[in-house]
Design a protein around this ligand. Structure first.
Ligand SMILES: Cc1ncc(COP(=O)(O)O)c(C=O)c1O
Length: 278
């Protein structure tokens, strides 16, 4: 919806290409206007967040994916936004996992299914002046203006999903809000990365300065052994560890709701597999 509402044939939008979702986002933007790649980490299968970046001269907006769900990398801070442009973020897989400075953003969008609630609902945070500025000629349903004017009730809202999202927000507040959640997530992921860095069998696939606190991707270096470990872990009740089909290996997704003792259970299973006590 962002390029449809905010990009014309004459304009350029800047994209930081750091994984599958940002590749898909830039492909959609090409339907509406010109695009510019600020940076890409495709040369090493998206295992890092590039430090070297170059914006185009006058972009309409700058788009990035804050957490790369499939490749296990995450931005530590927001990319630069040249004067006159606004920042757009696909935060589907790390929204509300840590505080962000919302004043830096023009649009944040996030599918609910990781940190917010059930699938089928998307949270959008958009600056008020952008709602007014959007292209008036897009289909009614695909205009941000429509949804803002109708308080997100232009069509029948997914009431159950919204209700659950409300419960999740209350839960987040009870736990101490986003500061507390950030601490919890850093502690959970930190323990798993420490184990990966110390162990001899498993290793993390993402560069140390780019590692995601939500999705920890790791391998043994031997596809057959990866398969054996996934089968072993599944048998231990640790399901869903198979990496995305485009990268293989393992992926431990540790969203906000994932409990700290789940990390203990995973490390324990990895240790037992590693020492052959299976
Ligand atoms: C970062 C990111 N963006 C977009 C999506 C796509 O979400 P949906 O399947 O709700 O369209 C995903 C799904 O995993 C994601 O992780």
């Amino acid at each position: 919806m962002t390029p449809m509402n905010f990009l014309t044939q004459e304009e350029t939008a800047d994209y930081l290409v750091t994984g599958s979702w940002s590749k898909k986002a830039i492909a959609e933007a090409k339907r509406f206007g010109k695009t510019h790649v600020v940076c890409t980490s495709e040369d090493r299968n998206f295992c890092y967040i590039p430090a070297e970046r170059k914006n185009s001269s006058n972009p309409a907006y700058v788009h990035f994916t804050s957490n790369n769900t499939i490749y296990g990398t995450q931005f530590r801070s927001e990319p630069e936004t040249p004067d006159g442009a606004f920042l757009v973020c696909d935060a589907s897989s790390d929204i509300f996992s840590r505080p962000i400075d919302i004043a830096k953003y023009g649009i944040v969008y996030a599918g609910a299914q990781k940190n917010l609630g059930p699938s089928g609902i998307t949270l959008v945070i958009i600056r008020r002046d952008l709602i007014e500025r959007g292209n008036p000629d897009v289909p009614t349903m695909l205009s941000y203006r429509t949804h803002a004017e109708k308080d997100s009730m232009f069509n029948t809202p997914p009431a159950f999903g919204i209700y659950l999202m409300g419960l999740v927000f209350k839960w987040l507040k009870q736990l101490g809000g986003l500061e507390a959640m950030a601490e919890r997530n850093a502690e959970k992921a930190g323990r798993l990365y420490a184990y990966l860095d110390d162990g001899s069998l498993f290793r993390s696939t993402a560069d140390a300065d780019s590692r995601s606190l939500m999705n920890v991707t790791f391998v043994t270096g031997d596809a057959e052994k990866d398969k054996q470990f996934i089968a072993f872990a599944t048998n231990e009740g640790l399901d869903g560890l198979k990496g995305h089909r485009s990268v293989g290996g393992m992926r431990a997704s540790m969203y906000n709701a994932f409990p700290a003792d789940g990390v203990d259970a995973l490390i324990d299973a990895m240790q037992r597999f590693e020492t052959g006590c299976v």
